[in-house]
Design a binder for this molecule. Structure first.
Ligand SMILES: *[C@@H]1O[C@H](CO)[C@@H](O)[C@H](O)[C@H]1NC(C)=O
Ligand SMILES: *[C@@H]1O[C@H](CO)[C@@H](O)[C@H](O)[C@H]1NC(C)=O
Ligand SMILES: *[C@@H]1O[C@H](CO)[C@@H](O)[C@H](O)[C@H]1NC(C)=O
Ligand SMILES: *[C@@H]1O[C@H](CO)[C@@H](O)[C@H](O)[C@H]1NC(C)=O
Ligand SMILES: *[C@@H]1O[C@H](CO)[C@@H](O)[C@H](O)[C@H]1NC(C)=O
Ligand SMILES: *[C@@H]1O[C@H](CO)[C@@H](O)[C@H](O)[C@H]1NC(C)=O
Ligand SMILES: *[C@@H]1O[C@H](CO)[C@@H](O)[C@H](O)[C@H]1NC(C)=O
Ligand SMILES: *[C@@H]1O[C@H](CO)[C@@H](O)[C@H](O)[C@H]1NC(C)=O
Length: 328
């Protein structure tokens, strides 16, 4: 008698997945540290919780640190490296110098992880988990993350200067910076939603306040009462350039969908944020997220998982750094 298909086929399917799985997502695996560092999540969570009781702003800072690492040269921890004889530090890139934060926190969590499971967990994976915990502790969605990223052996300030989007850039250029990394238009809109928490330095939107495009007045795409409040917080002189203004003026510390509501009523702070509402390729998504918080929560998790897999090093590539700022 012939074997029924059920068994044979399921075996075939099983082997199919065994072979295909690593090709789909590198060596990343949801159970990667289950045996080798079972307390990892607990350690990272505690590190974030302690940091945020002192400084809630650290949540937004970590999202930014992670994004700047991943979007230039992939998620491989190059952003942590100090300069050496053979490369400059990405910490000195235009988008990072005097603004990137969170290095000490990740380094201190890494020390605790090293005590529990020496030489096992990359700085890149610690940052990835820390970002998830930062989102959750700010009231945002939980999303599970495959692990197994390894740390890179070099940094590249040129790539950091060219690949990290700037708030002054046209939306088309920003979209290109995402699509060349395998991210899409929806990811641009969804990941921009991280600006629901955190602060911006005045210089990042000052051109919108006083003499927008040579008009002698503020950007017409900026709500008039918000514009006058921003003019007070960011007076038209260089000394105000580093003053901090909340990106979401309404629920500054809460990870929610109010960022999109703000864009709908012309209250986006950065020109690059407000552009998502003026461009008809993205405005429909902005409207959707402004109305449906659960849709945003679900899509944000999915786009973050995508972002965390950009350009990762797995298997035998890279290394597990002992300290995040130095190659071993
Ligand atoms: C995990 O942490 C608990 C305490 O929270 C400790 O009792 C246990 O030994 C730790 N496990 C490992 C494998 O380090
Ligand atoms: C508390 O946060 C501030 C930044 O807001 C930081 O300078 C300081 O080092 C933090 N203190 C501790 C104990 O982490
Ligand atoms: C940085 O990346 C650019 C573009 O890929 C490359 O031309 C350059 O050699 C790299 N620099 C270093 C120091 O690796
Ligand atoms: C800036 O002004 C020029 C000429 O006045 C106009 O063509 C252009 O569309 C304006 N740009 C923006 C972003 O408003
Ligand atoms: C928030 O925006 C309103 C105008 O929409 C303004 O009156 C208020 O001062 C702003 N608050 C902050 C902290 O920026
Ligand atoms: C924009 O929408 C928010 C609600 O999300 C509201 O609190 C805020 O006052 C609105 N701003 C303006 C200028 O209408
Ligand atoms: C967007 O606007 C342009 C011109 O304003 C138009 O050609 C295009 O069809 C519009 N696209 C969508 C998706 O509405
Ligand atoms: C907005 O949401 C609706 C319902 O979920 C969906 O059908 C539509 O395609 C969405 N629009 C955009 C532009 O994403």
């Amino acid at each position: 008698m012939k074997q029924p298909c059920a068994l044979k086929c399921s075996i075939t399917i099983m082997f199919f997945f065994l072979i295909i799985q690593p090709l789909v997502n590198g060596q990343l695996d949801y159970k990667f540290y289950d045996a080798t560092c079972p307390n990892l999540t607990k350690i990272v969570k505690f590190g974030l919780w302690s940091a945020m009781t002192n400084d809630t702003r650290i949540a937004a800072s970590l999202l930014r640190l992670h994004f700047h690492d991943c979007i230039s040269n992939g998620c491989e921890g190059s952003v942590f490296l100090d300069a050496t004889d053979s490369f400059q530090s990405e910490k000195d890139a235009n988008a990072n110098r005097n603004s990137l934060r969170g290095f000490e926190l990740i380094e201190s969590i890494k020390e605790n992880v090293e005590k529990a499971c020496p030489g096992t967990v990359s700085c890149t994976d610690i940052l990835t988990l820390a970002v998830r915990e930062a989102v959750v502790l700010s009231g945002g969605p939980y999303f599970s993350l495959p692990m197994g990223r390894r740390d890179g052996l070099t940094a590249n300030i040129t790539l950091a200067n060219t690949d990290i989007p700037s708030p002054f850039e046209p939306l088309d250029d920003i979209i290109t910076k995402f699509t060349t990394k395998g991210l899409n238009l929806k990811d641009v809109v969804v990941l921009s939603g991280a600006h629901t928490i955190g602060f911006a330095q005045c210089f990042t939107f000052k051109p919108r306040l006083f003499n927008f495009n040579g008009s002698g007045g503020p950007d017409p795409q900026l709500d008039a009462s918000l514009a006058s409040s921003l003019q007070t917080q960011c007076p038209n002189q260089d000394s105000s350039n580093t003053n901090l203004v909340p990106l979401d003026n309404v629920t500054t510390k809460k990870f929610d969908n109010v960022y999109y509501k703000n864009l709908v009523n012309n209250s986006g702070i950065l020109g690059s944020d407000q552009a998502l509402m003026t461009d008809n390729r993205t405005s429909g998504m902005v409207l959707n997220y402004s109305k449906f918080p659960f849709l945003f929560a679900k899509d944000f998790g999915a786009s973050m998982v995508k972002l965390t897999t950009v350009g990762v090093l797995t298997g035998q590539n890279g290394q597990i750094r002992n300290k995040c700022n130095l190659v071993n």
